[in-house]
Write a protein that binds this ligand. Structure first.
Ligand SMILES: C[S@@+](CC[C@H](N)C(=O)[O-])C[C@H]1O[C@@H](n2cnc3c(N)ncnc32)[C@H](O)[C@@H]1O
Length: 253
């Protein structure tokens, strides 16, 4: 599992967001950023190099094995982002450990910009994470998240080729088609239709973000075969629905 992608890779998938960060700094003097699934923190360190103390950068990983602050400093020096001495002159990003499918350990409105590359495909409940992004954004804040629409593991069985599965009225719909009906969130292809794998979800903070999705199941492919990575999340748009057998038993799902 690669954990060392930097800013150039992030912007290939998420479009140019350095400009958005620069604009925010120009308007407000500072920008607070969160990288979800930051790995070794290479992109975070490159942002600190680019903007210095005008950015306050946080990241999270599932566990320290995926990257902690010590590893982040070592990687930054080995890659020539900072010298050992230069590390002392900047405010370094902070890395927290948490599960992105659960409520995240940051207060409401903590960030102006949330970004993530090559991470959400591993979350059990991707929609819950997007709702959390909305909560964490300050007014005017934006999130850009790489949704990983397709598997990298070409050998995985056909029925699991995709990290998102959305059912609407008994019909399977794509993530892009579903998001067209949700206010404040879109699927964007920065390199155009010839590059369908390069996509990001862009979310503009709303007072309420209603994704209209209910998690029905998540299939962690790692448990099926250790060489297939990622989690396929299955959603229904029948948010309020209770199956008849549960109603008859008098228990609500
Ligand atoms: C493939 S690595 C990518 C790291 C980095 N974004 C990059 O592109 O180099 C996946 C990252 O997602 C994080 N991650 C995976 N599942 C997670 C979860 N459920 N909650 C929080 N972080 C998670 C891991 O800790 C890891 O840092």
């Amino acid at each position: 599992m690669t954990r060392d992608r930097g800013l150039a890779h992030a912007q290939k998938y998420l479009g140019d967001f350095e400009t958005a960060v620069a604009e925010r700094i120009e308007q407000r003097g500072k920008a607070r950023l969160l990288e979800a699934g930051c790995g070794y923190g290479v992109a975070m360190m490159e942002l600190v190099r680019a903007f210095g103390d005008a950015v306050e950068v946080h990241g999270f990983n599932y566990s320290p094995i995926d990257g902690d602050e010590r590893r982040m400093r070592t990687e930054a020096v080995e890659r020539g982002i900072f010298t050992e001495a230069g590390l002392a002159d900047v405010t370094l990003p902070r890395i927290t450990f948490c599960d992105a499918s659960k409520p995240l350990p940051f207060p409401d409105g903590s960030f102006d910009f949330v970004y993530s590359q090559a991470s959400m495909y591993l979350y059990d409940d991707k929609a819950a994470f997007l709702k959390e992004c909305n909560r964490l954004l300050a007014p005017g804040g934006v999130a850009r998240i790489n949704p990983s629409l397709h598997f990298d593991e070409k050998d995985a069985p056909e029925k699991y080729q995709g990290y998102w599965e959305i059912w609407d009225d008994g019909r399977e719909v794509t993530l892009g088609d579903h998001l067209k009906r949700v206010d404040g969130i879109d699927l964007v292809w920065p390199a155009g239709p010839d590059h369908p794998d390069l996509a990001y979800v862009e979310l503009h903070r709303r007072d309420e973000l209603d994704l209209g999705l209910r998690l029905v199941a998540s299939v962690d492919l790692n448990f099926l075969w250790h060489e297939w990575g990622g989690v396929r999340s299955v959603y229904s748009t029948q948010v309020e629905f209770t199956p008849r057998y549960k109603r008859e038993l008098g228990r609500v799902a």
